[in-house]
Design a protein around this ligand. Structure first.
Ligand code: HEM
Length: 126
């Protein structure tokens, strides 16, 4: 797996996620939906890349367990965020969407931070 490509994907994910939040805050719905779709695609790409990249390394099992749990919780949020977005698009509460988005973004960022962290005590697989 190509290291610069992997890091670039993580950086683009954070940038597109930020743009998604800004477009939602500004009520630019059409742009918001396109950015949401891009965020989800980038998230899947990052997970596939991390899986391929991680094969070349031996990680501390405890650190890896913490990181994988955070990444799985982030993924479980996706249908809930979509549901709360649809509720909002149909004229429902914005607070429900705000809470699910805040929780989702926190777990994605924690996953990205711990993705870097697990490499600090990893060794190259032989
Ligand atoms: C990565 C996932 C998503 C993020 C980070 C996100 C973020 C946000 C944020 C921060 C807001 C502004 C809330 C506020 O005013 O306090 C918002 C609004 C909104 N979002 Fe999302 N959202 C996401 C996914 C979705 C999805 C999947 C849908 C629809 C299916 C959706 C539909 C909407 C709608 C309709 C609004 C209200 C816009 C308006 O007030 O006109 N969002 N979103």
């Amino acid at each position: 797996m190509n290291t610069p490509l992997f890091i670039l994907n993580l950086v683009v994910l954070v940038v597109v996620l930020s743009a998604t939040i800004i477009s939602g805050r500004r009520g630019r719905r059409a742009l918001h939906y396109r950015l949401v779709a891009s965020t989800f695609v980038l998230l899947v790409l990052a997970i596939v890349q991390a899986e391929l990249y991680g094969r070349g390394w031996d990680f501390n099992p405890r650190s890896l367990g913490i990181h994988l749990s955070l990444a799985e919780i982030s993924l479980v949020h996706v249908p809930v965020v979509v549901w709360s977005g649809i509720v909002r698009a149909r004229g429902g509460s914005i607070r429900f969407h705000r809470y699910t988005v805040a929780s989702f973004v926190s777990f994605v960022l924690a996953s990205v931070v711990t993705a870097v962290w697990i490499f600090t005590d990893a060794t190259k697989a032989v």
